[in-house]
Write a protein that binds this ligand. Structure first.
Ligand code: FCB
Length: 440
């Protein structure tokens, strides 16, 4: 069997997000977020699930950190809930909320694990949404104030700071498909303005964090699907390239080139967002690292999108498994932009896990998925892409947004009725990868 070696100082980790694991939605002064409101609205989430309790991580974090130690994680990526810290998004601080993150970070550090913080993983305070959400430019400044508050409180212990998780998904699922909070459907124009404003908020927050401490490493996490042409036919290749530049380049191009790609401008037509003087410079500030979340790919031909791909494996989300596309994507970015160091901030898969009579979860397909993706990332590193770390999604089974608890992404199984955690076979396998710096 071939062995793939990783550098010994590679940052192996796992990721979560506040709303998906914390629960305690109305405890100790936490304010309402748009995800609380969305889940509490009838018919929005599969089985009527909510994040009210989730994995109860707010109370069980010591146990979860013990799990991280058992897995041998070197790093842990989590997000903070803005409305737990600032219940209405601005103004009075909720001291108990801030104290929770202070304790959490201390406990992570005490376990010798490096914390990576994400300031916004989709849970905007409801009060700010009621005040215009991401289209009210005041709110972009409130986000920067929140970033500064967190940097002041935790910057002495946390080195890696991400402003947003997948801003593109906020816009597409929140304002076009409506499957995520705030649940607006088919408003492309609004989605484009939200996209732009999220990037401005990212720029303002980046500046605010650096004003607190210039040595903090600041980045953003983008969701990136591979875009592969259906064949070698030049018409298919051009179609795939055009699809990439007119859509998926929406974040990378402004951040690394300082302007929107001409094909995107053309595709947007009169729905181009309003851009204020100074916006592009804020957006294009130099980043210390880039986070990439990768799950699957889209296949494009001159006739349009092709799915399903005959012979391909699909996960429980209906996402095609295609690890070589990950290597291609990393190389494409590296060849197109002058990139800072990269962290794979999410990668993983949902499969229908069951607890076996022996009490274990034999999730072979997840092991296979991870093995293939680790291998392709290692190959990309050998091609010259500077990847520094890898966070598996997710540490725990958790609240999978519109799908509620019906999709399990964890390397640890969660029995939601008892909140018992069981490390799956994939978790044990991952612990071995980390301990040995090699993948079989
Ligand atoms: C990503 C999200 C993460 C999780 C995975 C499956 O888009 O960032 O919270 O839901 O998908």
């Amino acid at each position: 069997m071939n062995k793939i070696l990783f550098p010994v100082n590679f940052t192996w980790g796992a990721a979560t997000a506040a709303y998906q694991i914390e629960g305690a939605w109305n405890e100790d002064g936490r304010g309402e977020s748009i995800w609380d409101r969305f889940c509490h609205t009838h018919g929005k989430i599969t089985n009527g699930d909510t994040g009210d309790q989730a994995c109860d991580h707010y109370h069980r974090y010591p146990e979860d950190i013990a799990l991280m130690r058992q897995l041998g994680l070197k790093a842990y990526r989590f997000s903070t809930s803005w409305s737990r810290v600032l219940p209405t998004g601005q103004g009075p601080i909720n001291a108990a909320g801030l104290a929770f993150y202070d304790r959490l970070v201390d406990a992570i550090m005490a376990a010798n694990i490096e914390p990576f913080i994400t300031l916004h993983h989709w849970d905007m305070p409801q009060a700010l949404y009621d005040n215009g959400g991401w289209t009210n430019r005041d709110n972009l400044h409130y986000f920067a104030d929140y970033a500064a508050l967190m940097a002041k409180t935790l910057g002495d212990r946390i080195r890696h700071w991400t402003t947003f998780n997948e801003p593109g998904v906020i816009a597409s699922e929140g304002y076009i498909s409506g499957e995520h909070a705030p649940g607006i459907k088919n408003n492309d124009k609004l989605a484009r303005q939200v996209t732009h404003n999220l990037m401005v908020a990212h720029g303002l927050a980046t500046r605010a964090i650096r004003e607190i401490d210039t040595t903090l490493q600041v980045g953003i996490v983008l969701s990136q699907w591979g875009i592969d042409p259906a064949s070698d036919d030049p018409a298919d290749i051009t179609a795939a390239d055009d699809a990439w530049y007119s859509g998926d380049s929406a974040f990378l191009h402004p951040i690394f080139r300082g302007h929107y790609h001409p094909l995107l401008v053309q595709a947007a037509g009169d729905e181009m967002p309003q851009i204020m003087p100074g916006d592009m410079a804020l957006i294009a500030q130099k980043l210390d690292f880039l986070g990439i979340n990768f799950y699957s790919r889209t296949v494009i031909s001159a006739q349009g999108k092709i799915a399903p791909i005959p012979g391909s494996e699909y996960t429980e989300m209906g996402w095609e498994v295609c690890a070589p596309s990950f290597r291609r994507l990393l190389n494409r970015f590296n060849n197109t932009y002058h990139l800072p160091p990269i962290y794979i901030t999410e990668n993983g898969a949902a499969f229908p896990d069951v607890v076996s009579p022996d009490g274990s979860i034999h999730d072979e397909r997840r092991i296979d998925y991870l093995r293939q993706h680790f291998t392709q990332v290692r190959l990309a590193m050998q091609d010259g892409v500077d990847v520094r770390g890898y966070f598996v999604w997710s540490l725990l089974d958790n609240f999978e947004w519109g799908h509620g608890y019906s999709k399990r992404f964890g390397i640890t199984y969660v029995d939601y009725a008892t909140q018992k955690r069981i490390i799956k076979d994939s978790g044990k396998w991952y612990a071995n990868v980390i301990a040995s710096s090699q993948v079989d």
